[in-house]
Design a protein around this ligand. Sequence first.
Ligand SMILES: Nc1nc2c(c(=O)[nH]1)N[C@H]1C(S)=C(S)[C@@H](COP(=O)(O)OP(=O)(O)OC[C@H]3O[C@@H](n4cnc5c(=O)[nH]c(N)nc54)[C@H](O)[C@@H]3O)O[C@H]1N2
Ligand SMILES: Nc1nc2c(c(=O)[nH]1)N[C@H]1C(S)=C(S)[C@@H](COP(=O)(O)OP(=O)(O)OC[C@H]3O[C@@H](n4cnc5c(=O)[nH]c(N)nc54)[C@H](O)[C@@H]3O)O[C@H]1N2
Ligand code: SF4
Ligand SMILES: [Mo]
Length: 708
Amino acid sequence: MSEVKTHYRNCNICEAMCGLEIKYQDKQILSIKGDKEDPFSKGYNCPKATALQDFYEDGERLKTPIKRTENGWQAISWEDAFNEITEKFKAIQGEHGKHALAVYLGNPNAHNLGNSLFLKPFMKSLGTINRFSSASTDQMPHHVASNFMFGAGMLIPVPDIDRTDFMLIIGGNPVVSNGSMMTAPNVIGRLKSIQKRGGKVVVVDPRRTHTAKVADQHLFIRPEKDALLLLAMIHRVFQQKAVNLGNLKAKVHDVDTLESLVSAYSPRAVAEFIGISADEISALADEFCHAKSAVCYSRMGASTQTFGGLCQWLTNALNIITGNFDSEGGAMFPQPAFDLLRNHKRGHQSSFGQHHTRVRKLPFFNGEFPVATLAEEIQTPGEGQIKSLITVAGNPVLSSPSGHKLAEAFTGLEYMVSVDIYLNETTKYANIILPGTTGVENPQYDIFFNSFSVRNTVKYSPPLFEKTAEQRSDAEILQTISARMSDTPIPAHLQNIAPEVILDMELKKGPYGEQGLSLQKLLDNPHGIDIGPLMPCLDERIKTADGKIDLVPKLYSDDLPRLDAVMSKPARDNDYPFDLIGRRLVKSHNTWTQNSARLVKGKNPCTLEVHPEDAQQLGITNGALLKISSVSGSIEITAVVTDDIQKGVVSMPQGWGHNQKGTKMSVAATQPGVSINDLTDTNRVDTLTGNAALNGTPVSLHVIENNN
Ligand SMILES: Nc1nc2c(c(=O)[nH]1)N[C@H]1C(S)=C(S)[C@@H](COP(=O)(O)OP(=O)(O)OC[C@H]3O[C@@H](n4cnc5c(=O)[nH]c(N)nc54)[C@H](O)[C@@H]3O)O[C@H]1N2
Ligand SMILES: Nc1nc2c(c(=O)[nH]1)N[C@H]1C(S)=C(S)[C@@H](COP(=O)(O)OP(=O)(O)OC[C@H]3O[C@@H](n4cnc5c(=O)[nH]c(N)nc54)[C@H](O)[C@@H]3O)O[C@H]1N2
Ligand code: SF4
Ligand SMILES: [Mo]
């Protein structure tokens, strides 16, 4: 046996980029702990980090390709797999056109250096316009707002959580999720620091979440009414003559237009609809204005809903008109060492709706179509129909709206491939599964999450363990398919270029390159390097043609009548009287971490939270087995009666439902739960951005069996 060694790397499961210290001996991991010397996470880690060992050791994780045959799944060589896949793709594209092949990209792509770099050339080589991804079940409204207000979809303002005096969190539960579009390891510690320095944290959520319990104030809001709250707060700011552009004077267009747009949305006018009193709305707006610095941060609950687009626009607008933008303690732009916008020239916004989906005419944006339309695009015959699909690191059968219907659509495809590490609810429909290396077998550098980070830091880790001769990385898989599918030959020296070569070049050309930042420097500093807190940088970073912020892009003012229509509709649907929302759990990450025994042990957490008054009215006892139904389908789930949830609203976890035949994740199947996305509805989207409305699904509840 060789000596015990130590390896440092960032955890790549969620967005928080926690630094880890891993002790190992030969190819055996001995322990995983937070790295106290990581300048950003300072020793913090959540319970999921240790599961990196489980994913590495998981005997059910695929390591070489498998092919579906009449006699079940069979091993196939990489060469045979690549030959078959590229022949089939070419034949299908030859017969039906390039766009007959679609791609679905899932969340772990953003956590993998190779995928982050090579998906772009991969898409180009396939020549299809039909890209779908988890972005349209997640954060598309943020990108649309940044595109139109600041000139680039990837220019995301993040809360300066470490210096703010007042943090308003709408529809996010960062104490559990550890933040999203806000990379901030140890959010709970950072929120408590706000309080320790005399500041305040306010949470707006239909559920009393863990974050709400830590906060100084929690306001229950009716689902999907956040845009009205934000409009009323902005109304109050204007009415109190409290507009203060701070550093942004002469840098913001259309402040007057905003004032006239919000004039109809007084706190009194919206209070009844949103479930927060006019006095509370006014007080919240006043406190926000009077705080030395303040920031409004709105996330999943305010993005994956029917007004997600408006919410993200108004969040930015509130920060801007109160002097809390591009300034300490407000919303600020990171300056990442690997700058995704390095080549983005001013005045080159993505055009919106340059194409629309064939069936429902939803907009194309940022190179993709909304995933809520994928099933119908596969199932509706006619010119442009999708006949073939490749999924890369995604599980849309569990993660997309009406996932069970998407599964049905997959059975009609002529040919499907999945680049994935498990035989799961989605990949079981593939003809061939190509598994890449994962987690500790990969190099780690967070291109995306450094772009959303609350502090500028930089860190690279090489793979902890070299892959075996039989394994391929996702990067190699993508590069091989690209080389074979591309119409224009890719030069030999670029076909297998290592991610590190590109990383090194970008670091040297990036904002800290002149100060000597390079891959070598990162290798010499395995705990990472702290660059410092976020700095005002609007003038350098903004990408609008004239360098000014567009406060009221037309697409948003055009969308307000849709919101007004809600205010005249009855609050409740008689057939489906409850609003279903999702929740995240500390010990699971989306749909794929549940094959780790240490993460799924104990009581089944996939339960439905019901308010005591609703439970009493329907005769539901704690622990009762319920049937929940929506227009999309029905599932059975155990009730937990709690006043942590607002009356009229019910909540269940997302990412579950591992109970399906033909999958091979036997630990996950011991605690399968049910899929929330068998209830969500592809027809519920934010029509402005195309993002799925996964929160606020109208449902009904029926007792199957009470727990007496
Ligand atoms: N109702 C409801 N639905 C939701 C949400 C919600 O809040 N409510 N949340 C949404 C959000 S925010 C997101 S991001 C999406 C996520 O949606 P998806 O990205 O579709 O789902 P994941 O669970 O992240 O699936 C990851 C897949 O990648 C595989 N995988 C893991 N690691 C690797 C790797 O290193 N390489 C490869 N090739 N594959 C890998 C896993 O086996 C799994 O199949 O779900 C969305 N769906
Ligand atoms: N442990 C863990 N961490 C994760 C993940 C995970 O699965 N598990 N997933 C990661 C991913 S991919 C993402 S995108 C992030 C997401 O990070 P967050 O956005 O922080 O995650 P959620 O827990 O989905 O928070 C959404 C909140 O919105 C509330 N909500 C629902 N509907 C509404 C509404 O209409 N209005 C308002 N105001 N609130 C509403 C819900 O009650 C919930 O508290 O988390 C990441 N981190
Ligand atoms: S918070 Fe996220 S990045 Fe940090 S250890 Fe947990 S899963 Fe990993
Ligand atoms: Mo996400």
